[in-house]
Design a protein around this ligand. Structure first.
Ligand code: SAM
Length: 379
């Protein structure tokens, strides 16, 4: 006997139109929402995972999942017999550990996350993974650790980019370190990149990772995973600079002359305090112009090339005051500008148009700002 026929596929329905058929099937609202959320999220997961079309995530789970390139980088560093991902979420990082370690244990306090992790491991045929639903700080869970194992944790953190305290991160990496230190020989904690380094008391290697030119992750390695004091990693290029951090005196922007080449450098170099190490690797003097917390330029008389260099510019005018800005831009024949300083995104076009409306030239420049304006042209 035919109970029902569904013609909504033929009608070209959207996944979110499935609410009423699911309701007719007698599914509760929470379950309906979950099914639809997972179905809708699958498409987006290809932005983070090469095989995203074979994975399962809720929208929240995907939001917090470690992107594949970052997960692979970390898994490469944690190669060993056993790794425990103490806060595995929906398994984004676990999938990469399964390729580099003999055995992987993923722990999560949330049963739904555990279920989704299992689905992902089944789908990707990762047969060396055990998923545990529990609190990673519970002694019964800690019992699963073995001598020499590595511990990884990407803890839950409150949303937002404001500077955080370590004890706002849940579970606190210091508690995990204490709980597993007897058996683990090295740990890696992914902590919010905007946390102040003064707040990290662990003896550790601090690694900043950028993804597509933006700081994406701050990893703290302890024990036998420490290879240096600081490291900066550019992904997906897989470029690494390591060394001790060293404070350097920035170059006064007023000393820049027209015609000099300057490079916008990857922000991980500055966050890690590796400006000196990078300049010496490139074989150029460490002449950096720190414009604001986010942007830093490296001056160089020669053409240089590195994944840590985002863009090369030629200086057209430097140390230009607010009062002189329009007249200097007019002299340079400026017509269009890209603003490369801390303008509130909601005001960007208003500020840009306000300047451009006073110009009538054809040249396009990039406007940076430190103490004063810096007018650059893409070289
Ligand atoms: C940022 S997510 C991890 C995402 C994961 N790296 C991935 O790639 O999918 C943090 C996870 O920690 C879990 N969690 C929070 N406290 C925990 C605890 N005490 N024990 C185990 N898991 C915990 C949360 O349920 C959440 O799924």
């Amino acid at each position: 006997m035919v109970e029902r026929t569904w013609d909504i596929v033929k009608k070209g329905a959207h996944i979110s139109d499935l609410h009423s058929p699911l309701e007719m099937m007698g599914l509760e609202k929470g379950v309906r929402d979950l099914v639809i959320d997972i179905a809708l999220t699958r498409k987006r997961s290809t932005g983070k995972y090469v095989h995203g079309d074979r994975l399962f995530f809720t929208s929240e789970g995907l939001r917090w999942a470690t992107p594949q390139v970052a997960a692979e980088h970390c898994a490469d560093r944690l190669r060993r017999q056993l790794v425990i991902d103490a806060t595995c979420g929906q398994g984004g990082q676990v999938l990469s550990f399964a390729d580099t370690c003999d055995d992987v244990i993923g722990v999560d306090i949330d049963p739904l996350n555990c279920l989704v992790s299992i689905l992902n491991c089944l789908s990707m045929k990762k047969r060396n993974v055990t998923i545990i639903n529990g609190d990673c700080l519970d002694p019964d869970v800690i019992e699963f650790s073995k001598d020499g194992c590595a511990i990884f944790s990407d803890p839950a953190r409150p949303p937002g980019a404001a500077e955080r305290e370590m004890d706002e991160i849940d579970p606190d990496p210091r508690k995990i370190q204490k709980a597993y230190e007897k058996r683990s020989s090295g740990m890696c904690f992914e902590i919010p990149p905007y946390i102040s380094l003064d707040k990290i008391e662990m003896v550790s290697e601090v690694e900043f990772i950028s993804l597509d030119g933006r700081v994406n992750r701050l990893n703290i390695y302890t024990g036998d995973l420490i290879t240096t004091e600081r490291s900066a990693v550019v992904l997906p290029a897989k470029a690494v600079i390591k060394g001790p951090q060293k404070k350097i005196d920035g170059l006064d922007e007023g000393k820049l002359s027209a015609g000099t080449l300057v490079y916008e450098i990857d922000p991980t170099i500055v966050r890690a305090g590796l400006e000196h190490a990078f300049a010496s690797e490139m074989g150029v003097p460490p002449e950096y112009i720190h414009l604001d917390g986010r942007r830093c330029l490296l001056a160089s008389s020669d053409r240089i090339n590195s994944p840590f260099l985002k863009q090369c510019y030629m200086v057209k005018a430097a140390n230009v005051s607010e009062e002189d800005l329009i007249s200097v831009l007019k002299k340079l024949g400026a017509g269009k500008l890209t603003l490369r300083y801390g303008v509130d995104p909601k005001d960007y076009w208003k500020v840009r148009k306000n300047i451009e409306n006073k110009l009538s030239g054809n040249n396009k420049f990039q406007l940076f700002k430190g103490n004063n304006y810096l007018i650059l042209e893409i070289a």
